[in-house]
Design a binder for this molecule. Structure first.
Ligand code: NAD
Length: 495
């Protein structure tokens, strides 16, 4: 049994709380480990270590920060497969998908390696005669990150590389469901040569989160997870005077216009709805079929679903793995029943598919003629269930997105450039895809939804991440004319 503790001050810190939680292999249903659940004292130890580290780390040169970050990036690249295997073992996603997660995390590391260029300030020479004004960006101090189960490696890498590159010290509280991958990343971080305490990991649950958001020495909190907790963390952290950002849940729509490339749209719907068992905040969960394309589209999706191979993530043939827990599987299955009870047509019922063993598997479901009052439409299901809503016009589809309280991603499939451009303006969401179902921005743009999908005024990673993890200092300087102090420059000034 794998016993996962904390990583504080550059070394494993044994738990003292006496509390722990189970970690499962979702493909077998077996408990494979326990994870320590931190008490206030353990969080305080991590914050104290980070505070001490910040005193020096905040002044380390950009050149040294860059070198360490490059060394860390190279270690993660070298061990990418080891990280991916840990993801599959505890999250359940198929290995190829896990490798993709690591690759997208590495993008953020590579962005952080460019910190010297990205953190250049602004300078106004001769704002007034003899007066220069310049803005530099200073680190905040100790910052904390709280991350969800569905991207246990990538989401921490959305946060700590940028935070640390900016000169902060970081305390990470990963999801207690699948903590091995973030712990392994923290070990690689130490191996790269960062000073102890620059990155600490405390495992835990609400108790650890609550201490982080009230701790007087934590200056900022980044949160990624479900909407209710994002709202809670954002409200509590800001009430405690901290800078905060909370990325929340989603209900992403994909509008398919009658002129769309049907095969392209059907392929996209299947991969974006069922990839990673639908446990992605950017998963497509609603397809809005406009006009007369609906029947053909539903059939094209259904045919593709028949071919989807569901099985353990370690089997190279598997295209979709299990859900994270037995409770998650049963909750998602409950939504399929709720859809049927509410009167939508269940084209494919994932509950019909049988699986050997005790893994947390559920087949894929397709619901048609869903209406916007049904719980399968209003709630974030976070599982392999795709709803199809029929709309008479583009305008009706765009209005649906505007009326939905979430606003993470939205996509359109069409061959019409004018319609696509109009959609990019109309979509009430932070990330828009045009013939791209999951428009997760590259590491040098920033990620974030709108409305109930994000709280706070900074989105995450990329340039916005650097702004979140630094604060500006503006210097206004005046130097007397050197001749007044008797220095002979030997040439006339101002020529
Ligand atoms: P979650 O909100 O249950 O947990 C996220 C983190 O909050 C975990 O570290 C957990 O330990 C902690 N937490 C849970 N309950 C808490 C409480 N009552 N008080 C304080 N802390 C608490 O989310 P999850 O189930 O791990 O992840 C899935 C959710 O995350 C989905 O809603 C998904 O859409 C969302 N998500 C959003 C994004 C985004 O960028 N918008 C990215 C990934 C996942």
């Amino acid at each position: 049994m794998n016993e996962i503790q904390h990583l504080v001050d550059g070394a494993t810190m044994a738990s003292t709380s006496g509390r722990s939680g189970p970690v499962y292999d979702p493909a077998t249903g077996e408990q494979t480990g326990t994870v320590a659940l931190a008490s206030v004292a353990e969080v305080d130890a991590a914050v104290a270590s980070a505070s001490a580290a910040f005193a020096e780390w905040g002044e380390v040169s950009l050149a040294r920060r860059t070198k360490l970050m490059l060394d860390f990036r190279n270690l993660v690249v070298e061990h990418a497969d080891d990280v991916a295997r840990r993801l599959t073992a505890e999250h359940g996603k198929v290995l190829d998908d896990a490798r993709g997660e690591v690759a997208r995390g590495i993008e953020n590391l590579e962005f952080a390696c460019g910190i010297a260029e990205a953190l250049k300030g602004q300078h106004s020479e001769q704002a007034s005669t003899g007066v220069d004004v310049y803005t530099v960006r200073r680190p905040l101090g100790v910052v904390a990150g709280i991350t969800p189960f569905n991207f246990p490696a990538m989401v921490p890498m959305w946060m700590f590389p940028n935070a640390v590159a900016c000169g902060n010290a970081f305390v990470l509280k990963p999801s207690e469901r699948d903590p091995s991958a973030p712990m392994f990343l923290a070990e690689l971080f130490q191996e790269a040569g960062f000073p102890p305490g620059v990155l600490n990991v405390v495992n835990g649950d609400k108790e650890a989160v609550d201490r982080l958001i009230e701790h007087p020495d934590v200056k900022a909190v980044s949160f990624v997870g479900s909407t209710p907790i994002a709202k809670y963390v954002y409200a509590s952290a800001t009430a405690n005077g901290k800078r905060a950002q909370g990325m929340g849940g989603a209900k992403n729509h994909m509008i398919v216009l009658p002129d769309a490339d049907l095969d392209m749209a059907a392929d996209a719907a299947v991969s974006a709805a069922y990839g990673s068992a639908g446990e992605r905040c950017m998963a497509i969960s609603v397809v809005v079929a406009v006009g007369d394309i609906g029947d053909q589209l539903v059939e094209a999706i259904r045919v593709r679903m028949e071919k989807l191979v569901i099985g353990p993530g370690t089997d190279p043939a598997s295209e979709m793995g299990p859900l994270i827990t037995a409770e998650a599987r049963d909750r998602v299955a409950g939504y399929v029943q709720a859809g049927a009870d509410a009167g939508c047509s269940v084209v494919v019922d994932g509950r019909d598919q049988q699986f050997d063993g005790d893994g947390f598997f559920l087949g894929v479901s397709l619901l048609d003629h869903v209406t916007t009052d049904m719980s399968v439409y209003t709630d974030e299901i976070f599982g392999p269930v795709l709803s199809v809503v029929r709309a008479d016009s583009y305008a009706e589809g765009a209005q649906m997105i505007r009326d939905n309280p979430f606003g993470n991603g939205a996509a359109i499939f069409t061959r019409d450039g004018g319609a696509a451009r109009q959609f990019q303006q109309d979509a009430d969401a932070g990330m828009v895809g045009i013939n791209v179902p999951i428009p997760v921005p590259v590491g040098y743009h920033s990620f974030g939804g709108w409305n109930d999908s994000a709280f706070g005024d900074h989105t995450i990673y990329g340039p916005e991440g650097l702004r979140f993890y630094t604060r500006p200092k503006v210097v206004t300087s005046r130097w007397p004319d050197p001749s007044t102090s008797g220095v002979d420059l030997g040439f006339p000034r101002n020529d």
